[in-house]
Design a protein. Structure first.
Length: 151
């Protein structure tokens, strides 16, 4: 990661704009508290130190920014900032459309569209794109469940 991912100018720009880096070794007590199974482990933590998102194993530079933006989107979601969450997710599709994180991104775009607008049609529109582009993805399979948002 130190020689391939972090020196990438796009990754470096994203990290310096919104994140603080922390290197933890397997000897570090924090490694045990986070149940780190494999190194490197990428942990995105909230400003309060709670885990937002994790990815175990190496991520190449072209996947690092989508990972970070999904973490930011999740944090925005948790703080009910659905408009910003939606905007962050849209940048992943616009800038990193070939990312392996795209099926997940489309899934969350649909879910947050429902929360932001209250319209199921907005969710269905994004999930239709997910089903068409990634029919074998587990994220697509999640959209196929019978779901009634109203109790």
């Amino acid at each position: 990661m130190d020689t391939g991912t972090y020196p990438d100018i796009i990754v470096e720009t994203e990290l310096s704009a919104k994140w603080t880096g922390l290197t933890v070794t397997d000897a570090d007590i924090r490694a045990r508290s986070w149940t780190l199974l494999w190194f490197p482990a990428l942990l995105a933590l909230s400003p309060q130190g709670s885990l937002i998102r994790r990815e175990d194993g190496y991520l190449p530079a072209y996947e690092m920014v989508p990972f970070l933006r999904l973490a930011e989107a999740r944090w925005r979601w948790a703080n009910q900032d659905y408009g910003t969450c939606q905007a962050v997710l849209e940048t992943i599709g616009e800038e990193f459309g070939a990312s392996g994180f795209m099926p997940e991104t489309l899934y969350w775009q649909g879910a947050v569209a429902l929360l932001a607008t209250g319209r199921e049609r907005e969710m269905a529109r994004r999930w239709r794109v997910l089903r068409e582009r990634y029919p074998d993805s587990v994220w697509t399979h999640k959209t196929l469940a019978r779901w009634n948002p109203r109790p």
